[in-house]
Design a protein around this ligand. Structure first.
Ligand code: NAD
Length: 538
């Protein structure tokens, strides 16, 4: 374990807790930035400046990788993986548990960096180390359950012994987005490491520092240094450079990019899992607890300023309770504390970039121009931070408006009435995406029955997204254009393995025909198959 870390964390100027000074300026210690960026395989000599959405000040200059750097990252990762694959599951699980503790111990440093890089509220940043701790512990404690070789039934009971092995794929490429810069960079790689793989990671350009801190924490937890490589550069160049070399690809990001990653994987006949976008619906049934539904809808629509793949952008409310729900939802939204600072206490922080601000502004302006009503919000707040946008509720959104079917990925939600549940289900299933949905009802059985008709990979009942996201044993991912494969649970680790079946024939040979003529053998086998079926054997 390393003793290199200053106990003080990364900040060097500006008040640490500027509750009353939204324009406070923060800067990172240069030595700290250098220590993180030295982890990159990046020799081009070029750098890209990263600025913080809080105050807009420069944070770091990130060295950029070339195709040759990606090649070198894979060379190092392959060498490290060959050794790592020989370690036991217990050794790998122990490293995951040390990571669990380290992430909790160095939480303040992690939160400072996430907030600085993304502009999000500290309480939403907290979700990230928490999710990593949950993921590390879950996979450490269940490694044997998923990965131990398993005996299965053989061809001839007692004579054919078959075991199924789970072998690592090799080097897994991980491409991650900026919205959860720490957990998205790290969470999928943890089960990959547990299964005996190495990782080459390409985080988003706006999220490099948090991803590099994640790499440092892995090394400090005792994972071999070269097992986790990080490269940096434009997604359209460095992303395909990973796809050309990896043994398996894990991608999180937009549906459009996911499709191009899948095409690259198809060319090489390698597997991939894709965690993509959503246009996620909430159904508020007429028997819902409306306070609970309003409170949950605020969190579900505005956590991380709506820049969350599973966040809610459409709310369908039963006619009978529409006005009462809306009154509560609007009031709770207007009571939110807004601010872009490092301090605890804000309910929503900033968008990450000018591009995000432009998309959100465009979606809202388009809706308003075509007749939608803004019930609250609907404007940028440069007084709080350069890219800040208020939490916004729209009513009267129609299919002619961009935000009706397209993911906004910002703090904008549209509210609609529904007349009966069949209508609500049909509208929840509109469009091509199918990531996450939520149902509010006091009748759990009915809500679970409705859930089965919704074409989404997760459905949360009386919650927006945290119940499924935080349940590590539950697979998570999208149906339809929202993804392929699942993170979390057994599927979340088995995707990083090759299945190998080893069948041993004992005592006698299967062929040729136990000494019978071919014709007699055919008759005996036909009779045996009939008997086995009558006996109810698999
Ligand atoms: P994006 O697709 O633009 O970028 C994601 C990553 O892909 C980045 O690292 C980027 O550099 C890289 N990339 C860009 N072009 C590439 C290419 N041609 N080949 C390979 N990689 C390339 O997505 P974004 O806009 O940064 O992220 C927001 C999107 O991600 C939203 O749609 C959101 O819903 C989705 N998302 C999904 C999940 C999930 O778990 N389902 C989680 C977070 C975000």
């Amino acid at each position: 374990m390393s003793d290199r870390h200053p106990s003080s964390g990364p900040l060097v100027e500006g008040p640490h807790d500027p509750e009353h000074d939204p324009t406070a300026s923060y800067a990172l210690d240069r030595g700290y930035v250098q220590r993180l960026t030295e982890r990159l395989v990046a020799t081009t000599g070029e750098t890209v400046e990263v600025r913080s959405p809080i105050g807009g000040q420069p944070l770091a200059h990130i060295p950029q990788s070339s195709d040759a750097d990606v090649e070198e990252a894979f060379r190092r990762a392959r060498r490290a993986q060959a050794e790592w694959a020989r370690t036991t599951i217990d050794t790998r699980a122990a490293a995951l548990l040390r990571l669990h503790d380290l992430v909790l111990d160095r939480q303040e440093e992690i939160l400072d960096l996430i907030c600085l890089e993304s502009g999000k509220a500290r309480k939403h940043a907290f979700d990230e180390p928490m999710h990593i701790a949950l993921t590390a512990r879950y996979y450490a404690r269940t490694g044997h359950e998923h990965l131990d070789s398993k005996r299965v039934r053989g061809l001839i009971p007692g004579l054919t012994r078959v075991e199924v092995n789970r072998l690592p794929k090799g080097v897994v490429g991980v491409i991650s987005p900026w919205n959860y810069p720490f957990t998205m960079a790290l969470c999928d790689g943890l089960p990959a490491l547990l299964a005996g793989n190495a990782v080459v990671a390409k985080p988003d350009a706006q999220a490099m520092l948090s991803a590099l801190l994640a790499a440092e924490l892995l090394a400090d937890a005792g994972f071999p240094e070269d097992l986790w490589q990080v490269v940096a550069g434009p997604g359209s160049e460095i992303g395909p450079a990973l796809v050309r070399r990896a043994d398996y690809m894990q991608f999180t990001g937009s549906t459009a990019t996911g499709r191009s990653v899948a095409q690259g994987c198809a060319e090489r006949l390698i597997g991939c899992s894709l965690e993509l976008g959503g246009k996620n619906p909430i159904l508020v049934l007429r028997d819902a607890d409306l306070e609970k539904a309003a409170e949950g809808s605020v969190r579900a629509a505005f956590s991380n300023a709506g820049q969350l793949c599973v966040s809610m952008e459409r709310i369908y409310v039963a006619d009978q309770v529409y006005d009462r729900f809306l009154e509560r939802f609007v009031a709770r939204t207007e009571a939110m504390t807004l601010g872009a600072t490092l301090a605890w206490g804000n309910d929503m922080g900033s968008l990450i970039s000018r591009q995000q601000l432009e998309t959100v502004t465009r979606h809202v302006n388009d809706a308003v121009a075509k007749g939608a009503r803004v019930l609250t919000g609907g404007r940028a707040r440069p007084d709080l931070a350069p890219f800040f946008y208020e939490p916004t509720i729209l009513e009267g959104v129609t299919p002619a408006m961009t935000c009706f079917g397209q993911e906004t990925f910002g703090p904008v939600v549209s509210v609609y009435r529904f007349h009966d549940e069949a209508d609500a289900i049909a509208r929840a299933n509109e469009g091509e995406l199918g990531l996450n949905a939520s149902i509010y009802s006091q009748d759990g059985r009915r809500a679970r029955a409705i859930a089965r008709h919704i074409r989404c990979g997760t459905v949360n009942i009386n919650e927006g997204f945290a119940a499924s996201f935080g349940s590590l044993e539950a697979p998570m991912g999208g149906m339809r254009q929202s993804g392929l494969g699942r993170r979390q649970g057994s599927e979340g680790v088995l995707r990083f393995t090759e299945t190998q079946s080893v069948a041993t024939e004992r005592l006698m040979r299967i062929a040729p025909s136990f000494g019978m003529s071919d014709e007699l053998y055919g008759k005996v086998m036909t009779a045996s198959l009939r008997i086995l079926n009558k006996l109810g054997r698999a």
